[in-house]
Write a protein of this length. Sequence first.
Length: 259
Amino acid sequence: MKNHLFTLLQKAGFRDEEAQLYLALLKLKKATLTELHVQTKMSHTTTYRTIHRLIDRGLIEQIPLNKKQSVYRSLSLSPLISSIEKEKSRIRKLELSLKKFDHLLPYMDLDDTKPSSGSCVEIHEGIDAFHEEYLKLPELGHDEFLAIGSSDSFWKASNASIDSSLERSFVSRRLKNNVYSRSMMVASNDAEKIARNDAKEMRTTKMKEQLPVMSNMLMMSGNQVSHFVCDVDFPHVIVIRDPELVAIHKNYFEDLWRS
């Protein structure tokens, strides 16, 4: 059991001396620096430095005995487990980001020597990107806005609602620019609420029980497609400006609308 735990601690990023000292404290329950030095056979300097690295990790508690001496006690592995969970979440986000980029690589302009006129494909991460990219759509200079997907998922991921300042600002910008809207929504109470305001908000909403986009939102305005990936833990927007891809998305939307 001891060897197995030692191996697990190594896999979790512990140095050999850190794992050795932590296991020694588990055995002794409490120990002074000298007692740990004797138990582990490490030098005083190595023992001292290792103890304080483990204190910084939250795995050892230092209890002062007097002005010169302290006793040390091992704590649970909860801080280590928590740090691993955070790292796992970070790696998962990285994995998702790379997956999103992978099939879009042929459309990306990676030549830094050319004047920048806006990449064909961009990915913007986070809730702020959700808000910013959404509010840009009515400003793209064309007379129609198209949307398909789940409004419920969109509002949940963006931490907003149909009555929020985000949506009121979006509608106001759209009306100001005389941009009409056509939307195909996954049927829900929220979608019905949107549809009730169609006449005064220059919009036609159709609701379906089944759509090709069931948990995200795909929005099109001007020469741009914005795919809002409504993952609450990792919201991000894929912005597509490649003319061929934009045309494919819009033609597909029109086919669905007619059907």
